[in-house]
Design a protein around this ligand. Structure first.
Ligand code: ADP
Length: 895
């Protein structure tokens, strides 16, 4: 074991869970051994060798003042970094870990987005969640009735670090689901922190007994909350004081939006993972980071509180109509400081004077904004006035005055070098400043005086670290210096001297400087504490300004894109007149479409050729609903939106599967979640569900799903499918209707009209598109033949190489089996297109007589082998791509 400094490093490292340790050694923080190599590789630092007790260890270091950006970069890469500070003791110095910086406790974030630290506990199948943003002091808790609900909650807050509780850790399946639902770092925080008694005590201490009571003492959310609090304390972020309000997220008022749906609807990033092209980036015109954060929170957490939505809408409407005032308000907001973040930084003691100065300007912005609103009748009469009245404006003005009074106009970025506090703020400081300034003036005047007195022209007075203050005289004049000049150093072209008077002033100036810096720092810290005490005020002003920014952003987008205020109601109907897709309309000449759904017309089967616009149409319905439920205007000529309690989507499109983004199992898990969770007040979007498996399975699942949604769940559902069979459901189920996206075929070209019409499509354009794409004529012609045959007979024949007419086997879609002989394939069982399955879903494919003997007799062993392999293949477990290659293989074997 190494001794000395490296030994100390190892000892400290052994006592922390952090992956990396930065240990202060004088003016540097050093990483040793493996840590040095990791850090060097991540951050491009130089590694040197440190010899210690006969061994050499890799060492990498950063200057003390530069630690923050390095730690931030490491933490953003997912590392937890322990920081051991050096402090003086009687006998020398010692080191101690006082802070562990982790993704969820990083205060110096460079990102405007919320940064949640989460805990998840499982209490006999009920889940408790807590989310804390140390950068703003926000603290939320939620309870979920099952794992799906818990995962939805996690996805909603998108935490950067998750503390799984003891039960969650013990269950691999749960842990895997958590991992696949978040990019967060998982941290194993001590199990005791999750213990009900201890956690309750922590929550009580932080938020008061009422908070615990309002949650219910047995609520697992209390356990999660307690664990988060203890973790924040243990990592030493020092921000607990800024967490004053516990917000509960009930299932009641929110709209369920699971992770899959957020991804599918591309709310904050596209399927490809880009921010650009997402709904948020399209509609975001906010001018502050707090506004942007609020916009994101609203978009990812829509609500169904009609009164609140009505207020937001009315404010947006007023802002759309008051163009000048809107511009003026956005100017006022632009450049304001993030007060929510400041509240945390003041509490943790990391805010500097520039930040407090900026906070002062921002507090003043509230008054300016309120004045603009008051002067504009259209706004004064709107709910916007109430938004700006929410914070205590008088207290805000007081705090701004106080900051104004204390701080100089343009303070420096460091708090240790003085120059922060404005004159007149504190008498003691003023006296020191006066003395300090007097000595400084004396020093400034010294060169002129000495030049005059001794007739020397090349004389300067300056100071440096080694020599202190000195008088410097050029070589040509050193003969004329008076005797009282005491020589201290020779340089190439000059000599340095000092005089007793200068030495005395030097001592004085150092004393005064130190005193001044100390006093200023003390005053500043007191001021910062006072600001930290007003965390609630800062947060409420910050929130009001952020809300103004978000509402103005909605208004800007509405005006620029001709969006309208949707009518909200509690009924089931969703009526969209000339609706558009909010993102696609930005880049295309969009063809608007209508949509009409209600309790009597609640399930629409959407058909149409590939690429005709089915997905776009359905997503548009979901996005219009979502936008309406965040309080925004919507892309439509007119919309009436019945408030929903959840939006669920499932996309089973083949390209998703092929790109490995999904598997059939995942598709079915998601479908299962929808069928369990959706209610008659939900909106469900299914895009090609069942495509990840064999056709027969797929149709059956799609069919049964449709029936279940229609009969049992009763959710408003849009279901796009390429299974034409489903269109016949409309004949059997009352509330199912068909719509299709029209396409036109003219002169051999398919033109997509992008118009949605009533009724099913009459044909599939797939074969046609194959032709357009250059698939050889014989294949296209043959496909057409097969297609026609299928339409007529519901049977696919497998064709051998023998010649045009030699049909070798017929796969009967009615029975799901091969039939012998082809000549009579059409007539025998006369299956018609609508009775392949019944609307009740009762009748599966009939079993026929089950014998394959005639085939064996007729076609021999090769064919038999293929048929056996086919019979054994488990379609549900075989990925589609593999299925295709197996079929190709069999085709080869049959040849
Ligand atoms: P499908 O789901 O039928 O395969 P998509 O919805 O993916 O088709 O649409 C295919 C393309 O058509 C998209 O790239 C989209 O930009 C364009 N599109 C869809 N609907 C419209 C519309 N109403 N107006 C203009 N372009 C549209």
């Amino acid at each position: 074991m190494a001794g000395g400094i490296v030994g100390e490093f190892f000892d400290l490292k052994a006592g922390t869970e952090a992956e990396l340790l930065a240990m202060q050694c004088g003016d540097f923080y050093e990483f040793f051994a493996e840590d040095a190599e990791t850090v060097a590789a991540e951050l491009d630092l130089k590694v040197s060798q440190k010899s210690s007790h006969g061994s050499a260890y890799p060492m990498a270091g950063v200057p003390v003042d530069d630690l923050t950006p390095y730690v931030r970069a490491l933490v953003e890469r997912g590392y937890r970094v322990a920081i051991a500070d050096q402090y003086e003791t009687d006998g020398g110095h010692a080191r101690e870990i006082r802070r562990v910086v982790t993704p969820g406790t990083l205060l110096e974030t460079g990102d405007a987005d919320a940064q949640y630290l989460a805990a998840l506990v499982d209490s006999e199948g009920t889940y408790g969640l807590a989310f804390a943003d140390v950068t703003t002091g926000r603290f939320h808790v939620a309870t979920a009735a099952d794992l799906e609900g818990a995962l939805t909650g996690l996805y909603r807050f998108d935490p950067v670090e998750v503390l799984p509780g003891p039960e969650v850790r013990a269950d691999d399946t749960v842990l895997d689901r958590v991992r696949s639902n978040t990019d967060a770092t998982l941290t194993l925080h001590t199990a005791e922190a999750f213990a009900p008694g201890r956690a309750r005590h922590r929550v009580d201490e932080q938020f008061g007994q009422e908070a615990v009571d309002s949650l219910g003492v047995d609520d697992p959310a209390v356990r999660a909350g307690g664990a988060v609090l203890s973790y924040i304390e243990e990592t030493g972020a020092g921000v607990l004081a800024s967490m004053t309000r516990l917000q509960r997220h009930g299932a009641g008022e929110q709209v369920t939006l699971d992770g899959t749906t957020q991804r599918n609807l591309e709310l904050t990033e596209t399927m490809g993972g880009e921010a650009e092209g997402s709904l948020r980036s399209t509609i975001d015109h906010t001018v502050t980071s707090a506004g942007r954060r609020m916009l994101t929170a609203w978009l990812t957490r829509p609500i169904r509180d009609r009164a609140e939505l009505g207020r937001r809408q009315a404010a947006v409407e007023a802002l759309t109509e008051a163009a000048m005032a809107r511009d003026r308000l956005r100017e006022v907001l632009d450049g304001t400081y993030d007060l929510e973040r400041l509240a945390s930084r003041a509490a943790s003691g990391s805010a500097d004077a520039r930040e407090l100065r900026a906070a002062c300007e921002t507090l003043r912005a509230l008054a300016t904004a309120a004045a603009v609103v008051a002067e504009t009748p259209r706004l004064a009469d709107s709910p916007l006035a109430a938004v700006l009245d929410r914070p205590d404006r008088e207290a805000a003005a007081d705090l701004a005055d106080r900051l104004d009074d204390a701080l100089v106009e343009d303070p420096p970025g460091t708090v240790t070098q003085g120059g922060l506090i404005s004159p007149g703020h504190d008498q003691t400081l003023d006296a020191v400043i006066d003395d300090h300034e007097a000595v400084k003036t004396w020093l400034e005047e010294l060169p002129a005086r000495e030049k005059r007195r001794h007739g020397i022209t090349h004389l300067t007075v300056d100071r440096n670290k080694t020599d202190g203050y000195y008088i410097q005289v050029g070589n040509s004049e050193t003969d004329t210096v008076p005797a009282e000049y005491e020589h201290i150093k020779s340089l190439k072209n000059s000599e340095r001297y000092t005089i007793p008077e200068l030495e005395a002033r030097e001592r004085e100036i150092l004393r005064l400087e130190e005193r001044r810096h100390e006093l200023e720092r003390e005053l500043f810290e007191r001021l910062r504490e006072r600001v930290a005490d007003r965390a609630d005020l800062l947060r409420s002003v910050g929130r009001a300004l952020a809300e103004l920014d978000t509402l103005a952003s909605f208004a800007v987008h509405a005006v620029r894109n001709d969006w309208t205020r949707p009518e909200l109601h509690e009924g089931q109907a969703l009526d969209i007149e000339a609706g558009r897709h909010p993102v696609v309309e930005q880049t295309t000449d969009f063809v608007p479409n209508d949509l009409s759904m209600d309790a009597a017309r609640r399930l629409l089967v959407v058909t149409g050729p590939n690429m005709s616009g089915k997905s776009t149409y359905m997503r548009q319905a979901a996005l219009v609903t979502l936008l309406a439920q965040v309080g925004s205007f919507v892309p439509a000529r007119h919309a009436r939106v019945g408030l929903v309690d959840g939006i669920y989507t499932r996309v089973g499109a083949l390209d998703e599967l092929a790109q490995g983004r999904s598997t059939f199992m995942v598709e079915m898990q998601e479908l299962s979640n929808i069928l369990h969770s959706a209610t008659e007040r939900s909106l469900v979007i299914l895009d090609e569900v069942g495509r990840g498996t064999a056709t027969y399975d797929g149709i059956s699942i799609a069919w049964a799903t449709t029936e279940y949604l229609h009969n049992t769940v009763g959710a408003k559902t849009l279901f796009a499918t390429h299974y034409h069979e489903l269109t016949s459901l409309a004949d059997h189920l009352d509330r199912v209707e068909n719509v299709h996206v029209a396409a036109e075929e003219r002169d051999g070209d398919v033109t997509f009209l992008r118009t949605v019409r009533e009724g099913p499509t009459d044909r599939s354009y797939g074969v046609h598109v194959a032709g357009l794409a250059g698939v050889p004529d014989p294949v296209v012609d043959r496909s057409r033949e097969v297609l026609d045959r299928l339409r007529e007979e519901k049977a696919i024949e497998a064709r051998g190489s023998g010649g045009e007419e030699s049909v070798q086997a017929v796969f009967d879609l009615g029975s799901g089996q091969f039939r012998a002989g082809g000549a009579d394939a059409g007539g025998s069982d006369g299956a018609s297109s609508s009775d392949t399955a019944t609307a009740d879903g009762g009748a599966g494919p009939e079993d026929g007589d089950g014998s394959r003997d005639p085939l064996r007799d007729t076609y021999g062993e090769d064919v038999e082998a293929v048929l056996d392999a086919l019979a054994e293949l488990d379609v549900n477990e075989t990925p589609p791509v593999e299925l295709m290659s197996r079929v190709q293989e069999w085709q080869r074997e049959l040849e």
